[in-house]
Design a protein around this ligand. Structure first.
Ligand SMILES: Nc1nc2c(c(=O)[nH]1)N[C@H]1C(S)=C(S)[C@@H](COP(=O)(O)O)O[C@H]1N2
Ligand SMILES: [Mo]
Length: 430
């Protein structure tokens, strides 16, 4: 370890040091506090490296070929709360993304949440042997190779996926446990509408069934309208091929629909004129053609990722409250933040351009006074839907509201985080 260099560091800060690239992370050199690096005097600041002091490491072949993150960065996925993954029967597999550590809007592919409904094993598919068959109510049924798919015009879009099991409750300690079954990525592929037109989709087709390659097929029935709107047959993710857990070599992206519809290891699409029951219709969700026609839409939903459960504000002062907002109804239009448990709301700043059915990061500068606070976020989407409270959901369902009320099915209600006087952050539902 290097020696602390408080004197040289103080000098650095005293001088016109802003232009110097060696100012340590954590050194507060301006009046405006940065997120997670609040104003702190030299007494609490970490020792900074002197020039040429940081150890140098030779890059291994692996580092040269593909790259690895800093060994100081240890953020990782964990099994979703109450869902050992894989479980004793090897059936369940739900690993949650570390949202508390996320910055920006894209999840690193290695940290994208992963869910399989019926098995912890995943297909190991040779892309040279993989095909996608499109048949049913089409004039020209076809079998596409991966090479065929890549000859069609491609689209590249940001979209989130969220598992219907992403249901926050009083038991969750961190935002990874409460909201970690959603992730956002850049997806590249060919529009399903392009392929269906190529195959001569017939007018009688009202639904389509998508099947994956594994034993239980992960099949779902979806409205043909959705297929003709924005569904992507995706082979690319964040600038490289899909990862095996994300459906390599090809999957469906069904923007804004519950995660289960985003069929991975996609091998078959059939155009049909009736809703077809599949494995996915049993147990996991209550399913009906009426619900399906309405679209199984996620959200609007948002959550504060900093400060969130398990984190701690070191001292009173300025912080950026930041988090993610998304909706199956379209782009995020607005995010509001409350620091007084919903008595008053302030507009947060949206970072970058909100994309339809994609995570959008928001930020709100807040001067914490050292008192107890419950902080909330709430989003409004492009079609005017507002993220509800738990009380509002209970009322809409016609059930009496109690603090123990558990939102059934997809839960897009407002998430509270409680900040105690010592700066520690805990679940506001607990
Ligand atoms: N073929 C297949 N597709 C599947 C599944 C599956 O088990 N098999 N799981 C679904 C579920 S429940 C979800 S939430 C999403 C998760 O996508 P991800 O693992 O890329 O995050 O994939 C869906 N697609
Ligand atoms: Mo899921």
């Amino acid at each position: 370890m290097m020696d602390p260099k408080p004197s040289s560091r103080r000098e650095l800060l005293k001088g016109a040091a802003l232009a110097v690239g060696t100012v340590a992370a954590g050194a507060s050199v301006s009046k405006i506090a940065f997120a997670q690096t609040p104003a702190s005097g030299p007494a609490t600041a970490p020792p900074s490296y002197a020039a040429n002091e940081a150890p140098m490491v030779a890059a291994s072949d692996d580092v040269i070929a593909y790259g690895v993150r800093s060994h100081y960065v240890t953020s990782k996925r964990i099994p979703a709360l109450g869902r050992p993954s894989p479980d004793d029967f090897g059936l369940e597999f739900h690993v949650a993304t570390p949202l508390q550590d996320s910055v920006g809007t894209i999840q690193a592919s290695s940290l994208h949440y992963a869910a399989t409904t019926k098995g912890s094993f995943i297909p190991d598919i040779d892309p040279a042997r993989h095909t996608l068959m499109i048949d049913g109510l089409v004039g020209r049924p076809r079998i596409f190779t991966m090479a065929d798919l890549k000859r069609f015009p491609s689209v590249t879009q940001f979209h989130f996926i969220e598992c219907a099991g992403n249901n926050h409750s009083a038991a969750d300690r961190t935002v990874q446990e409460s909201h970690g079954l959603t992730s956002n990525a850049e997806w590249t592929g060919v529009l399903l509408s392009t392929l269906l037109e190529e195959c001569g989709l017939q007018h009688e087709a009202t639904w389509f069934v998508a099947e994956g390659a594994e034993e239980v097929k992960g099949a779902s029935t979806m409205p043909i309208n959705k297929a003709m709107t924005d569904v992507i047959v995706a082979y690319g993710m964040n600038g490289e091929p899909l990862r095996p857990q994300q459906g390599f070599p090809v999957r469906l992206i069904v923007p804004g629909f519950e995660g289960i519809f985003n069929t991975k290891w996609l091998r078959h699409i059939k155009a049909v004129d009736q809703y077809q029951l599949n494995m996915n219709d049993f147990g996991h969700l209550q399913r009906s053609p009426v619900n399906a026609a309405l679209g199984y839409q996620i959200g609007p939903k948002s959550v504060i990722t900093y400060p969130s459960g398990g984190q701690k504000l070191p001292e009173p002062g300025w912080y950026e409250i930041t988090g993610l907002a998304w909706s199956g109804g379209g782009a995020v239009r607005k995010v509001e933040v409350s620091t007084d448990d919903g008595r008053s709301w302030k507009d947060a700043k949206l970072k970058g351009t909100p994309h339809p059915m994609a995570h959008t990061r928001f930020g709100y500068m807040w001067n914490w006074d050292g008192g107890e606070h419950v902080i909330l976020s709430r989003t409004t989407d492009a079609i005017g839907q507002v993220q509800p409270t738990r009380e509002e959901v209970a009322k809409a369902l016609g059930v009496p509201y109690t603090p123990k009320f558990r939102v059934p099915g997809t839960n897009n209600t407002i998430m509270p985080w409680r900040i105690a006087r010592d700066g520690s952050v805990t679940n506001g539902l607990a």
